[in-house]
Design a binder for this molecule. Structure first.
Ligand SMILES: C[S@@+](CC[C@H](N)C(=O)[O-])C[C@H]1O[C@@H](n2cnc3c(N)ncnc32)[C@H](O)[C@@H]1O
Length: 266
C-alpha cells in the first residue's frame, strides 16, 4: 500500500481523461452506482451543464452543508470542480471557494470548467489534503466528496482540516463508510482502494478519528446503500475473484459526516 497515493493519482487522471466516453452507452459515469444520480437535476443549471458526467463523488455535500453567503469554503479532492461551483453559487461574490486536488489532469479540467462558468470566487490549489496549503483558521466550511477514504493517513487529513478551520467552523464530508469489516483480500486490493471501498472506515472509526482530531458534535448519517450487480462488481473490482466480490457486496454505504470546531470558551 506504500504507493497508494500514486495509484490513486493514476486512477483519477485516467478517469477524467475517459469522462465522456462511456462504458454503458451513455456518457461518463452514468453506469457507476456510486458516482451517478447524486445531484438533483434542478441544481445543475445551464452554467454547470454536463459537469455531472465528470463527477466522481458518492454524495452531494453542498446540498446538506448549510452553506451561507460570504463564507470561505474548501473542497478536499475537488476533482473536476462540480461541488466547488455549487458552493461558489451559494457563497456568492462576497465568499470564496478553494478546490484542492493533487492530480494535474483534474486541476486542468476544473480550471477549464471554472472559466466556462465564469466564476470569479473560485481558486483551485494543487496539493494534498494531508498538508493543506492554506493558513491556520482561514476557512469556515470544509466539504469533500468521496476522497477521505482514499488517504492512507486519515488522522492527518482530519488534523489538517481542524487546523485550517476557524473556531466555529465545520466539516460536511460525503464519503464511503463500511457497514461491516471487509475480507482481507478486498482490503488488500489496490483497485478496491482506488475505487473508494478498501480504504473506507467503519462509522465508529470515522467518528473517533474526527473526535481525536479535535472535532465536536460529530454526526454520521447514511445517505445511500449499495448492492452491486455481478457486472458492476466486476467493473469496480477487476482484480478480485467472484467469491471475494460477493463478500464485498453490501459492505459499503455512502454517508455524510458533519462536525464542528468549537469556539473556545471566553
Ligand atoms: C473519487 S474522486 C472525487 C472527486 C470530486 N470530489 C468529485 O466529487 O467528483 C477523488 C479525487 O480526490 C483527489 N485526491 C485523492 N487523494 C488526494 C489527496 N491525498 N490530496 C488531494 N487530492 C486527492 C483525486 O485526485 C481525485 O480528483
Amino acid at each position: 500500500m506504500s504507493d497508494i497515493r500514486d495509484e490513486v493519482r493514476k486512477k483519477y487522471a485516467k478517469a477524467i481523461r475517459d469522462a465522456g466516453a462511456s462504458c454503458c452507452g451513455g456518457k461518463g459515469n452514468c453506469c457507476d452506482p456510486i458516482t451517478s444520480g447524486n445531484y438533483d437535476p434542478r441544481e445543475l443549471t445551464e452554467l454547470l451543464d454536463g459537469m455531472e458526467t465528470a463527477s466522481f463523488g458518492c454524495g452531494n455535500p453542498t446540498a446538506l452543508a448549510g452553506i451561507r453567503e460570504g463564507e470561505v469554503v474548501l473542497d478536499l479532492g475537488s476533482g473536476a470542480g462540480l461541488d466547488v461551483f455549487l458552493a461558489a453559487l451559494k457563497v456568492g461574490p462576497s465568499g470564496q471557494v478553494y478546490g484542492l486536488d493533487m492530480t494535474d489532469e483534474m486541476l486542468l479540467e476544473a480550471e477549464t470548467n471554472r472559466q466556462k462558468a465564469a466564476l470569479e470566487n473560485v481558486t483551485f490549489l494543487k496539493g494534498v489534503m494531508e498538508a493543506i496549503p492554506l493558513p491556520d483558521e482561514s476557512v469556515d466550511l470544509i466539504i469533500s466528496n468521496c476522497v477521505v477514504n482514499l488517504s492512507p493517513n486519515k488522522d492527518q487529513v482530519l488534523r489538517e482540516a481542524f487546523r485550517v478551520l476557524r473556531p466555529g467552523g465545520r466539516i460536511a464530508l460525503s464519503d464511503i463508510v463500511l457497514l461491516r469489516p471487509l475480507p482481507p483480500a478486498v482490503k488488500a486490493s489496490v483497485a478496491a482502494w482506488t475505487g473508494c471501498i478498501a480504504g473506507a472506515l467503519e462509522a465508529g472509526e470515522f467518528r473517533s478519528k474526527a473526535e481525536a482530531a479535535g472535532f465536536s458534535s460529530v454526526d454520521l448519517s447514511i445517505t445511500k446503500t449499495y448492492v452491486f450487480t455481478a457486472e458492476e462488481s466486476a467493473r469496480l473490482f477487476p482484480d478480485l475473484g467472484p467469491q471475494e466480490r460477493i463478500l464485498a457486496d453490501g459492505a459499503a454505504a455512502s454517508a455524510l459526516v458533519t462536525a464542528t470546531k468549537e469556539r473556545p470558551e471566553t
